[in-house]
Design a protein around this ligand. Structure first.
Ligand SMILES: C[S@@+](CC[C@H](N)C(=O)[O-])C[C@H]1O[C@@H](n2cnc3c(N)ncnc32)[C@H](O)[C@@H]1O
Length: 267
């Protein structure tokens, strides 16, 4: 049986709707996620050749360090107690540390015990999601969970760039590319859901242009909020919709069901 390790909770992860999106994807060719987040489909399907990219460099560093040194990252994670004062001390330490296994251990600890697993930062890029440990007690993961995660990541190529730079440099050919960008929003309160460089309207246009350029030699699957900004641009490529339940900006009690559209180009 395939191991499906899951270390992260990530806003917008497709775990709940995987059976609706999977049929559009193919994992027996080169598999690419330019907005990988927790890389749900990668871990669920173990493609043999894959490229995972995300603009959030702390996320990609966490993947890289955990792949290379799972026991070390786990020991930093495991050493931090699950209680509020320890959480805020760990958050302050995380914001001081530069890239290293200790920071990766703090990254996963904060992801597990912050409010709703949100990676939210202030404008200076400092992680500032509050403690979420009172929501429900969570069990710490084991060293073995980290080892399985490390094993699963071995075949992946990992980078942290803007999606367009990443794809321009990679020049994919005969690949399946799953694009799962953040929702564009005008709501200032959700600023920073994925860090300071959130997705803007012009990025949606860039996404379309890049997708169109690559579609002659690759299959591109894009999922996005059902909104006029998306449907106007991708209109002729939309193949269906799916219902998703979202935490709106991570605010308590603001979960709602909404539709996402799926567009397919090329293939
Ligand atoms: C909806 S999440 C992806 C969720 C993912 N499918 C999963 O399984 O968890 C969108 C991701 O895009 C990343 N992102 C935002 N702007 C980006 C950009 N310009 N280029 C690449 N990644 C970006 C965010 O850091 C975030 O992790």
């Amino acid at each position: 049986m395939k191991t499906k390790p899951k270390l992260l909770k990530w806003a917008g992860s497709k775990s709940q709707v995987s059976d609706r999106i999977s049929p559009y994807l193919s994992f027996d060719q080169v598999y690419i996620e330019p907005f990988c987040g927790s890389a749900f489909f990668f871990f669920d399907n173990s493609p043999s050749v894959s490229y995972l990219n995300d603009l959030n460099s702390d996320l990609i560093s966490f993947f890289t360090h955990t792949r290379e040194l799972p026991d070390e990252v786990w020991s930093y994670y495991d050493a931090i107690p699950v209680e509020e004062d320890a959480f805020y001390d760990a958050r302050a330490k995380y914001n001081e540390l530069s890239d290293c296994p200790e920071k990766a251990g703090h990254f996963v600890y904060l992801n597990h015990f912050c409010f709703n697993g949100l990676y939210r930062t202030n404008k200076a890029g400092q992680f500032n999601t509050p403690y979420g440990g009172r929501q429900k007690p969570k069990k710490k993961l084991s060293k073995n969970d980290f080892r399985q995660f490390s094993q699963a990541l071995k075949p992946a190529h990992l980078t942290s760039k803007d999606f367009e730079d990443f794809l321009d440099q990679l020049k994919p050919d005969n690949a399946c590319i799953y694009m799962d960008p953040p929702y564009f929003t005008n709501d200032e309160r959700v600023f920073g859901e994925y860090g300071p460089n959130t997705f803007k309207n012009k990025d949606l246009e860039r996404l379309f242009e890049v997708s169109l350029r690559l579609a002659s030699r690759n299959k591109i699957v894009v999922s996005y909020k059902n909104c006029s900004e998306f449907s106007d641009i991708f209109q002729e490529y939309i193949v269906g919709d799916i219902s998703v339940t979202r935490n709106v900006g991570g605010f308590a009690g603001r979960r709602k069901s909404e539709k996402e559209l799926v567009a397919v180009l090329g293939g």
